[in-house]
Design a protein around this ligand. Structure first.
Ligand SMILES: Nc1nc2c(ncn2[C@@H]2O[C@H](COP(=O)(O)OP(=O)(O)OP(=O)(O)O)[C@@H](O)[C@H]2O)c(=O)[nH]1
Length: 359
């Protein structure tokens, strides 16, 4: 099956004239930013927790600040003000989509520091905050940062708690430790599930090789890192594959696809990658220096397939189209050149390699 490449729709240029329309555009932009933020808050748990904790901490600190000002405690008031300003900067950056992880780390440090300070200054009244901070730290920052901050807080809080020894203090200490342990385990499990999901999302379920999403990401990366003249792309399409399905059944077709993926995987050299683009079309991305070298690589793979791969009815062959990365800025343009070369290989009867001319 030939691939269909979708090109992005050209974005409309924004209006630059003044007057009432510009004011309305400004209002629309504010509304749009607001809607974007709400949608991101719905989908990004860490962003939602940073927003909730950051806002609540800022509001609580502002009330402390006012209280300290009325009592003339200037140094403490200045410290509160500094933390409120820091929190506001973090929240603004996070809402604009910048530094979520770093901001989370700062928030973890601020929250743990303040919870520890509160234990030292107001004692038992701050114990509820210790639970909250121990738990939320793991949603805000990388596990290691959260764990060390949590251990620091546990240490400070325990020292203040054990000034008076008794069953109440022991019970509080044990429940803090348990909350910390559960939050740590839960965060590790969640990260493992996240990693497995990411892996599943990047692999083709039938052939277990990287899928089209991975290919697009790698093509974009090659373009972004300036690999022009140093990266080549081969697009392979099985010849008359429909006949295999129609004659021997879909399951036999699936076996051919799996075996082809395994064979291409075996043919990879250092730095090469293979992907299933879709249907019976596969792609190889190779660090390679010229059209001639790309043609040789395509020929080697084509010959390997025709000599080693068989369907129930006989040998399987592939048509191969290739293109070196040139001045393209979009992966679709690069892929489009290789796909046009593949079209020529198909037109010439398949089981051949055609490489796109240099731009
Ligand atoms: N078994 C199986 N078949 C698939 C899969 N994906 C696509 N196909 C089949 O691939 C075939 C593609 O048919 P065509 O586009 O006509 O391609 P072709 O028969 O190889 O013809 P040429 O490319 O012109 O040589 C169709 O029969 C699809 O059903 C899959 O995952 N498993």
């Amino acid at each position: 099956m030939r691939s269909t490449i979708c090109f992005p729709v050209q974005a409309c240029a924004p209006r630059v004239d003044g007057g009432p329309t510009a004011v309305r555009d400004g209002e629309h932009a504010v509304l749009r930013d607001g809607r974007n933020l709400i949608s991101r808050l719905r989908h990004d748990l860490r962003l939602a927790i940073i927003t909730m904790l950051g806002s609540v901490t800022a509001v609580v600190l502002v009330s402390f600040l006012v209280w300290r000002l009325t009592r003339g405690e200037w140094v403490a008031a200045a410290m509160d003000a500094a933390v409120v300003v820091t929190l506001t900067i973090i929240l603004r950056r996070v809402w604009r989509g910048q530094y979520t992880e770093r901001a989370g780390g700062w928030l973890v440090a601020i929250n743990s520091g303040f919870a520890g300070l509160a234990c030292v200054t107001i004692g038992a009244a701050a114990h509820g905050w210790v639970y909250l901070v121990l738990m939320t730290n793991f949603y805000l920052a990388p596990i290691r940062v959260a764990a060390w901050s949590g251990l620091g807080l546990l240490w400070v809080a325990s020292v203040t708690l054990l000034r008076e020894a008794g069953p109440h203090q022991l019970s509080t200490l044990v429940t803090w430790a348990l909350v910390f342990g559960f939050a740590h385990t839960f965060a590790r499990r969640t990260r493992q599930y996240g990693d497995s999901l990411e892996l599943l999302a990047s692999l083709d379920p039938l052939t277990r090789i990287p899928n089209r999403g991975m290919l697009e990401a790698d093509l974009r990366h090659a373009i972004a890192t300036g690999q022009a003249g140093r990266m080549g792309l081969l697009v392979l399409d099985i010849d008359r594959f429909k006949a295999v399905n129609d004659t021997y059944g879909h399951a036999a077709g699936d076996v051919v696809l799996i075996e082809l993926a395994a064979l291409l995987d075996e043919e990879l050299r250092q730095g090469d990658s293979v992907y299933r683009f879709g249907g019976e079309e596969f792609v190889m991305l190779l660090p390679i220096g010229s059209e001639d070298a790309l043609s040789c690589a395509g020929e080697r793979v084509r010959a390997a397939v025709s000599s080693r791969l068989a369907a129930p009815g006989g040998p399987v062959t592939v048509a191969v189209g290739g293109a070196m990365l040139s001045t393209e800025r979009d992966w679709q343009d690069w892929f489009g050149r290789a796909d046009a070369a593949l079209y020529l290989a198909k037109r010439d009867g398949g089981d051949v390699v055609r490489i796109a001319k240099p731009l």
